[in-house]
Design a protein around this ligand. Structure first.
Ligand code: FAD
Ligand code: NAI
Length: 468
């Protein structure tokens, strides 16, 4: 095989692409990964999951030191936030992580090509980097080019006063006020970061609830909790105009169904109404790769596009736009290409919102089960009745487990509470193994632990809760 010909060439170095590269390398496939950003890790490591969590952790520490330590008898002097210091923490976390991925490429003998990849023909990709062009060939091309911000007509993003998540991750000072357009995951996470630092945050959401894809009880509970923390909500509202005036922005909003318009002023506006597949400059038209009506690349169960030898994974094929879903697809596809039996169980993809308390969910919501006519038992346990949560002063929220009425098999789990994301892992595993709620309920959980709330919710689904 010549230097520029590979078994697998991956376009896009995000969680889908780089994990596919690692697995392909491990399985002995000669692999190259092309990334134009100048750093591996994609949206997730550079401008997504990781920097947002670094800011969430830093702002949580500030809020806890400012308002929560006193209740434990811990006295500290005046607490101050150094926004530049917080940003350096974030930048270091990002660069350590992205360098770590480069190391993993070397370790797994993956060739890293810096530049933009364009599919120019069957099995051929042109890579344009700062030092010119080169052509590579491959038996299999994997498109893992991810997603980009969905724009909102009339609200032009400048990443300074009207920002996307990328701009919201690097504001150099705490704005006095911020309007977040979209009450989904990004809006609530990044709104929370700045609210904790003192920004007056108003969330404008088109639908009549925040986190609209979550279980209804979870959405309502989180809205109450976030409102208590100081976030304002304008639900069932649409933004029709944004005008930059002086140093800030004036937004015109009106009821989603139409009605009287009003103006809201803000120092910064964050547009967070979803993400769209990113395929610019990829050359899909050169080989006739099909997309659906929303621009996602169409693939079959084996990640095959309509063009032989070209595959796609991650955000660019739609479904849950989550890093771990992209990673699972990367592993599955690399294994399929190596002649193994990779697959992804799309029924068991967890989702976590890293506000505090956190929101974590897997499987069906109550609304979905009702719509599908599936009889179920719901077991619920509040953190206010959990000894560990009480000792941590973290009593908000609950664990809710939904189990099939006929078989007791776990169909969904929804947690609002401290460390909800980590607590959910047990229920994800239970669902993957086809466990019943009773299986989890009869498993010994250490005491005192937050996990006991999960066990109690499973007991409650069997109508035998011990501590409520
Ligand atoms: P991406 O990560 O988008 O990577 C695609 C890469 O391809 C990019 O680096 C891009 O530069 C490159 N590329 C595109 N076109 C070309 C080309 N022609 N040539 C070369 N390179 C190209 N998900 C979670 O699971 N948990 C979270 O906590 C979380 N937080 C998030 C926070 C924010 C603010 C955002 C925006 C997203 C968050 N996500 C989170 C979503 C997560 O980032 C994505 O689901 C994930 O990154 C998708 O991975 P991917 O590999 O499909 O694509
Ligand atoms: P989202 O889909 O989570 O939320 C978008 C929200 O905007 C929805 O509530 C929607 O009803 C609302 N909306 C849509 N159009 C609107 C309009 N014109 N006006 C007002 N509201 C409008 O999308 P978001 O928050 O932008 O995140 C994008 C993706 O990134 C998501 O798919 C998410 O999975 C991923 N992500 C994941 C995170 C995590 O796992 N913790 C963190 C951040 C992002």
């Amino acid at each position: 095989m010549s230097e520029n010909s590979f078994d697998v060439v991956i376009i896009g170095g995000g969680p889908g692409g780089y994990v596919a590269a690692i697995r392909a390398g491990q399985l002995g496939l000669k692999t190259a990964i092309i990334e134009k950003r100048g750093a591996l890790g994609g949206t997730c490591l550079n401008v997504g999951c990781i920097p947002s969590k670094a800011l969430l952790s830093a702002s949580h520490a500030y809020e806890a030191a400012s308002h929560e330590y006193a209740a434990f008898g811990v006295k500290i002097g005046k607490v101050e936030i150094d926004v530049a210091g917080m940003m350096s923490h974030k930048d270091k976390v990002v660069s350590d992580n992205t360098k770590g991925i480069e190391f993993l490429m070397k370790k797994n003998k993956v060739t890293y090509l810096i530049g933009a990849g364009e599919i120019t023909g069957a099995g051929t990709v042109k890579v344009t980097g700062k030092d010119g062009e080169q052509v590579v060939t491959a038996k299999a091309i994997i498109i893992a080019t991810g997603s980009d911000v969905t724009p909102l007509p009339g609200v032009e993003i400048d990443e300074e006063v009207i920002v996307s998540s990328t701009g919201a991750l690097k504001l150099d000072k705490t704005p006095k006020s911020m309007v977040v357009i979209g009450g989904g995951v990004i809006g609530l996470e990044l709104g929370t970061v700045w609210r904790r630092l003192g920004t007056k945050v108003t969330v404008v959401e088109f639908l009549d609830k925040i986190l609209p894809t979550n279980d209804g009880e979870v959405s309502k509970t989180m809205q109450k909790i976030l409102a208590k923390q100081g976030m304002d909500f304008k639900l069932g509202t649409k933004v029709t105009k944004a005008e930059k005036k002086g140093k800030g922005v004036t937004l015109t909003v009106e009821p989603a169904a139409g009605g009287t318009a009003e103006e809201i002023k803000a120092d910064v506006v964050l547009v967070a109404i979803g993400r769209k597949p990113y395929t610019d400059g990829l050359g899909l038209e050169n080989v006739g790769i099909e997309k659906d009506a929303r621009g996602f690349i169409k693939v079959d169960h084996y990640f095959r596009t309509n063009v032989p030898g070209v595959f796609a994974i991650g955000d660019v094929i739609g479904g849950a736009m989550l890093a771990h879903k992209a990673e699972e697809e990367g592993v599955a596809l690399a294994e399929l290409l190596a002649g193994e039996h990779g697959h992804v169980n799309y029924d068991v993809i967890p989702g976590v919102v890293y506000t505090w308390p956190e929101v974590a969910a897997v499987g069906k919501t109550e609304e979905q089960l009702k719509a599908e006519g599936i009889a179920y038992n719901a077991g619920k346990f509040p953190f206010s009745a959990n000894g560990r949560a009480r000792s941590m002063n973290e009593t908000e929220g609950f664990v809710k487990v939904l189990a099939c009425a006929a078989t007791d098999r776990v169909l969904g789990a929804h947690i609002v509470g401290p460390n909800a994301g980590d607590l959910l892992a047990e229920m994800v595993m239970a669902m993957e193994f086809g466990a019943s709620a009773e299986d989890v309920a009869r498993t010994c959980h250490s005491h005192p632990g937050l996990g006991e709330a999960v066990k109690e919710a499973c007991l409650a689904a069997n109508k035998r809760a011990l501590h409520t």
